[in-house]
Design a protein around this ligand. Structure first.
Ligand SMILES: Nc1ncnc2c1ncn2[C@@H]1O[C@H](COP(=O)(O)OP(=O)(O)O)[C@@H](O)[C@H]1O
Ligand SMILES: [Mg+2]
Length: 455
């Protein structure tokens, strides 16, 4: 029975191991990297219930499906009460087996996704949307470092979500009820940066007609976000470093130092380490702000996020207007995915909002897309920077391959769905894939059947 269950489930895309005794089963189940256990209650050595208890005691998160005969039906009900997700009465067909397993895994995934979405709400109901491995990693990092007071340096091209991440860090920290103050250094007049950051007293300089607190003082107790930190004038870098080290600020022209308690998050789209090399950014300041570096990759390097983000922005734009749009046509989505997105997520958001404001009809079609998306060749190298060492070279190779592969995988899905007129079962058949596997791939790219139909 183990062998045939293994065969059936592996055909369905699962990885399956089996053991033949309860003792071994309880050990392997908790030690391995499994998500689900199929547990036959009738074991040669231990009582089924005992095995179940041992597993649940050490791995409460593990999904357990009970396989039960007539004689053990009572025990299986006990197990369900104690947290088994389902039971399959013997004898059963391959379909009953795969159905139970898929249902359990699906329910679990939904639960995970809900928990994931809830934990990601940031001010103004903004959500960090992402499905690609890098973004899931970024989200994990945020959760890990938010409760600490370590300085964070966010690195990424314009529009990759640096400010959104800074806010998410603030909201996930103990400072969430105190101010979040964002300052774009590049928007300040260079001569005024000092007074803007640290404040000034009345009469400190020409034009200082009033005493004003600086952004450091305004952010007291909360988080200070310094965007475009590379633009901080060199003369001011020493003072900024001193403030960060002493946690004290003196306004220009003031006598009194003031203690400041802030969590600092900085962002840049420049290579700060290179600026340190070049001598335009102080090394000591760099180390001070770069305690936790977080890299936000450009959108073109995380193709899996594009349909998800496009749909997300469509939904929120629809909520703000009266537009009735169901989604994107296959071709339109394919163009959107293939585009290089030099302006990253911000560009995607702006374009979707613009389309929603002008399009009137059930679907967003290729003709609604701006010419830069429909006209330009897709290939944009993800290897922006030339690798400096063999590790980086290997990483670049991996990234390029993954990106190329993901593009193909997406096009493959879209094509099949289109040929099948949006019918997932039919599309899976056309490709020779199991429906569940096909569906799992669709989820990876945030594709929903209803949005794909023949266009
Ligand atoms: N992963 C994401 N999920 C949802 N919205 C995002 C995401 N990344 C960026 N955005 C949105 O895109 C826009 C640009 O992001 P922003 O944080 O200002 O980028 P940056 O500071 O890197 O230039 C914002 O409206 C932001 O809410
Ligand atoms: Mg920004």
């Amino acid at each position: 029975m183990c062998i045939s269950c293994k065969r059936v489930l592996e055909e369905d895309g699962h990885h399956v191991d089996y053991v033949l005794t309860g003792t071994e089963g309880a050990e392997r189940a908790v030690a391995g990297d499994y998500r689900l256990v199929l547990l036959d209650l009738k074991m040669p050595d231990l009582a089924g219930m005992e095995v179940f208890d041992r597993i649940k005691a050490r791995r409460p998160d593990l999904l357990v499906i009970i396989i039960t005969g007539y004689a053990t039906i009572q025990t299986s009900i006990e197990c369900i009460k104690k947290g088994a997700v389902d039971y399959i009465p013997k004898p059963f067909t391959p379909e009953e087996l795969t159905l139970a397993v898929d249902k359990a895994l699906d329910t679990d995934r939904l639960r995970e996704e809900n928990a994931f979405l809830k934990s990601r709400l940031v001010p103004g109901n903004e959500t960090i949307v992402g499905r690609s491995e890098v973004m899931l990693d970024v989200i994990k990092q945020i959760e890990k470092i938010a409760p600490t007071d370590f300085s964070v340096l966010l690195h990424g091209e314009s529009g990759t979500g640096k400010e959104l991440v800074a806010k998410a860090i603030h909201v996930a920290s103990a400072r969430r009820d105190r101010p979040f103050v964002a300052v774009d250094i590049s928007s300040l007049t260079p001569t005024l940066v000092e007074s803007e950051l640290f404040g000034h007293v009345r009469g400190a300089f020409t034009g200082a007609t009033q005493t004003r607190p600086g952004y450091f003082a305004l952010a007291h107790g909360g988080t200070l976000f310094l965007d475009e930190i590379a633009n901080i004038p060199y003369e001011l870098q020493g003072k900024l470093l001193r403030v960060l080290e002493t946690r004290r600020v003196t306004p220009i022209g003031g006598q009194q130092e003031r203690a400041i308690d802030i969590r600092l998050v900085c962002a840049t789209n420049r290579d700060l380490a290179a600026l340190v090399e070049a001598g335009t950014f102080r090394e000591d300041l760099f180390y001070r702000i770069n305690v936790i570096p977080i890299l936000l990759p450009p959108l073109r390097e995380r193709a899996a996020d594009i349909p998800l983000l496009a749909t997300h922005f469509l939904e929120s734009a629809k909520r703000k207007s009266a537009a009735r749009i169901d989604g994107f046509t296959t071709e339109a989505m394919a163009k959107i995915v293939a585009y290089g997105w030099p302006g990253n997520v911000r560009e995607l958001k702006n374009i979707v909002e613009r389309i929603v404001a002008t399009v009137d009809g059930p679907r967003i079609e290729v003709r609604h897309l701006p010419p830069e998306i429909t006209g330009r060749a897709p290939a944009v190298s993800p290897a922006e920077e030339i690798p400096k060492n063999v590790e980086e070279l290997k990483e670049a190779k991996r990234a390029v391959r993954e990106l190329a592969y993901e593009r193909i995988e997406q096009q493959f899905l879209l094509r099949a769905l289109k040929e099948a007129g949006g019918n997932v079962t039919r599309a899976a058949e056309l490709t020779g894939m199991q429906r569940t596997n096909f569906h799992a791939l669709m989820r990876k790219y945030g594709l929903r059947a209803g949005e794909i139909g023949g266009s």
